[in-house]
Design a protein around this ligand. Structure first.
Ligand code: NAD
Length: 390
């Protein structure tokens, strides 16, 4: 393992910390052809980014993402900033010949996502790789779910039932953080957590969403301005308020290419639900259920078993034969949220080293963006809406 993949990361808060953990550990868990080197991290505050570099393990820091991209000692740019910056940073990085990992959702609009996917496709001909950070694909139980569907274990899929439920803005006094402002976040629960279940269900089923019928709601229309710029936890300045310009909750029905019908619910108002991502598939031969808060398990109902023996089986996904798990602990020794990012970096490094295209590509992420857009349109018109083709 002599050659390096030198990384420059933009943004160092929630996802910045998760990605840093993954870059720090990936070569210690997996034998890979390239060694990740954490060259430089970028943030807007000089003191903040210096402290983050020291804490997270970056060799240097800057407040100028353009300078980061121009550096000769950076091979890959890792974008961990809010959606309003993704397109500009990714396009500049691709133009400079850098590989790009971009957090989800790919962009705030379809137009931006199209431009990014086109630039990625042009860069690909020059050996430059792109990936979008839908990390839940890399949870071993989710990867196993996909393998079992592909192996025909549940037959023809009839139902897809997906929810992603959180409750961190139930309090109307929770401040107007960037995730509640359309010009920064693009959309609300829909793009933030709905995007994950769109990608995840399409990934495990191998089917794409073709049309949707949606509704969205914003329960709390104005909120106190934040005292400080923050992510999922924040304090507020109660003396002045601003308008919430995104959805608090998004629900939609969908049809998929393989004939399955689906329901989706994304909400930040599901009181008591912290990170309640759940996907259930019902097929002609069985069912599979994944729940993130029990992320080391997969539930499998095998309808081909003799009637008296039928019932949901809890598969503990910790065996070395399960996806990614040979690198970790003995069976029954559980892994956590952060491992999904380590697995993401593993797959990305493998792809860069072998000249393969990592998944999900920017084109895959553009398709998710087209679904998000169709949901927004349908919620406005209250009509069934076709998902535009790429
Ligand atoms: N994969 C996941 O599960 C997951 C989870 C959370 C967030 N995300 C995505 O990750 C991205 C970031 O979200 P987060 O939760 O980490 O946000 P955050 O608010 O915790 O962090 C954002 C970071 O970006 C920095 N930043 C903002 N604008 C910048 C600029 N112009 N130049 C340099 N730095 C800038 C901020 O200083 C901060 O360090 C978003 O696209 C979000 O949707 C993905």
């Amino acid at each position: 393992m002599s050659e390096q993949l030198r990384v420059g990361m933009v943004g160092y808060a929630f996802m910045g910390a998760a990605h840093s953990q993954a870059w720090r550990t990936v070569n210690h868990a997996f034998d890979l052809p390239l060694s990740a080197r954490m060259r430089v991290v970028c943030g807007r505050s000089p003191d903040g980014v210096a402290a983050a570099a020291a804490k997270l393990g970056w060799e240097s820091h800057t407040t100028d993402w353009r300078a980061l991209i121009e550096r000769d000692d950076v091979d890959l740019v890792d974008i961990c900033t809010p959606g309003d910056t993704h397109a500009e940073i990714a396009l500049a990085a691709l133009a400079a010949g850098k590989h790009v990992l971009c957090e989800k959702p790919l962009a705030n609009t379809v137009a931006e996502a199209r431009e990014m996917a086109a630039a990625a496709s042009a860069a690909q001909t020059r050996g430059v790789r792109t990936m979008c950070g839908f990390n839940y694909r890399r949870v071993p139980a989710v990867a196993l779910m996909r393998d079992m569907v592909a192996a025909g274990k549940i037959g023809e899929i009839r139902h897809v039932r997906a929810v992603y439920l959180q409750d961190w803005i139930v309090d109307p006094e929770f401040p107007l953080v960037w995730r509640l402002r359309k010009e920064v976040a693009g959309s609300g629960a829909l793009g933030d957590i709905g995007a994950h279940i769109i990608d995840l269900t399409q990934f495990v089923t191998g089917q794409s969403i073709t049309s949707v019928s949606a509704m969205t709601e914003t329960f709390v229309k104005t909120r106190p301005l934040p005292a400080a710029s923050t992510g999922l936890s924040a304090s507020s300045d109660r003396s002045s308020h601003g308008e919430v310009t995104v959805d608090d909750a998004a629900l939609f029905l969908a049809r998929l290419t393989g004939g399955a019908i689906a329901s989706y619910e994304a909400s930040r108002f599901a009181t008591g639900r912290k990170n309640g991502l759940r996907v259930e598939l019902n097929g002609s031969l069985g069912s599979l259920v994944f729940e993130f808060e029990r992320m080391n398990e997969l539930q499998f109902y095998d309808a081909t078993r003799p009637g008296p023996e039928q019932g949901f089986t809890r598969v503990l996904v910790t065996e070395p034969e399960h996806p990614y798990l040979a690198a970790w602990w003995p069976p029954g020794h559980l892994i956590g949220y952060e491992h999904s990012f380590t697995h993401e970096m593993r797959d990305l490094i493998e792809a860069v080293a072998t000249g393969a295209d990592p998944a999900p590509s920017f084109a895959d992420a553009l398709q998710v963006q087209l679904v998000l857009d169709a949901v927004s349109q349908s919620a406005g018109t209250l009509q069934w809406t076709k998902v535009e083709e790429i």
